[in-house]
Design a protein around this ligand. Structure first.
Ligand code: CP
Ligand code: NVA
Length: 321
């Protein structure tokens, strides 16, 4: 954790909070993740009761999108307004980022004018470069490598249904992508076991996985076997943003990695199904599963709002208990 303090446009007027970023899930300790999830539940309850919660009055979030988004944009934008703040939305095409202004210079400038920045981009190194030149917290809204805000919402959803995720089995079916690697970080941090099944050529990279024990990660070539005993089965698109040129090849490689009723039947009888969305019915998941009784995908999507409001509050105001 950095000892640097936030020095934004308000510097000198307010007590400075320690500068923290959320670039990957493991940037937070287990205790901090559990704190944010607790706050998310409280903030959600207040929202459901129409009780105002505006601790971020006069704070500004800048969002930088270098890839498309529906959920991430709407949840951050709505969340920031609901907490009394405001939002600036930038994309590559309508900012100087699209005309090759260095990301470091963009970070230096933007972080003098706003209180927090969310970025959705390609390489993780790009968001790291931004963060290392930012005076304010930076949040990863998805990179090729990680999607930590989504996993925060997914775990909030799991806890709402099943109380605790520690000791449980989460099965990842499909591409070892940004979501899969973030689930892996969460498994290490929160003490559950991640089963992963991906076709040859799309499996986890041992160099990125490092040394984790079988209590954290088990890999399977057969997705049905991976689902055995799972408390949660989850998947994602076969082709993530930025990899569209591989679409046809992937379609063939992933043909047997569709989460359908047979696969769900291997899991615990009360297993949940999640998908970060957008989904392609008939590809990575059957319509019967995603629209069936075990699916919690709409709550999962809604929880992006509540989890990120808690995240913004924590990054800007620290712990409030
Ligand atoms: N799950 C998710 O991040 O959705 P968007 O791409 O719509 O933001
Ligand atoms: N893995 C997907 C997630 C989309 C929210 C992607 O990166 O495109």
């Amino acid at each position: 954790m950095s000892n640097a303090v936030q020095q934004n446009a308000h510097s000198g007027l307010l007590p400075a909070a320690a500068l923290r970023h959320f670039l990957q899930f493991k940037d937070f300790s287990r205790d901090e993740i559990l704190y944010v999830l607790d706050r998310a539940r409280l903030i959600k309850e207040k929202f459901k009761r129409y009780e105002p919660h505006r601790p971020l009055y006069d704070r500004t979030l800048a969002m930088v999108f270098e890839k498309a988004s529906t959920r991430t944009r709407v949840s951050f934008e709505a969340g920031m307004y609901q907490m009394g703040g405001s939002v600036i939305h930038l994309t590559t095409t309508d900012s100087q980022l699209g005309r090759a202004e260095p990301i470091e210079d963009t970070a230096r400038v933007v972080s003098r004018m706003v209180d927090v920045v969310m970025i959705r981009t390609f390489e993780q190194t790009r968001i790291e470069r931004f963060a290392s030149h930012s005076r304010v917290p930076v949040i990863n809204g998805l990179t090729n490598e990680f999607h930590p805000c989504q996993i925060l919402a997914d775990i909030l959803t799991f806890i709402e249904h099943r109380q605790d995720i520690a000791g449980k089995i989460v099965t990842w079916v499909g591409d070892a992508n940004n979501m899969a690697y973030t689930w892996l970080q969460a498994a290490e941090l929160l003490g559950f076991t991640l089963h992963v099944s991906a076709p040859e050529g799309y499996r986890l990279d041992p160099a990125r996985v490092g040394s984790v024990g079988p209590g954290v990660l088990k890999e399977f070539s057969d997705p049905h076997e991976a689902c055995r005993g799972a408390h949660l089965v989850t998947t994602d698109v076969w082709t993530s943003m930025g990899y569209e040129a591989e679409n046809e090849v992937r379609r063939q490689a992933f043909a047997h990695w569709c989460v359908d009723a047979d696969m769900m039947a291997q899991a615990a009888t009360d297993a949940l199904f999640m998908h970060c969305l957008p989904a392609h019915r008939g590809e990575e998941v059957s319509g019967a599963v995603i629209d069936g009784p075990q699916s919690v995908v709409w709550e999962e999507a809604e929880n992006r709002l509540h989890a990120q409001k808690a995240l913004l509050e924590f990054l800007l105001l620290g712990r409030l208990d």
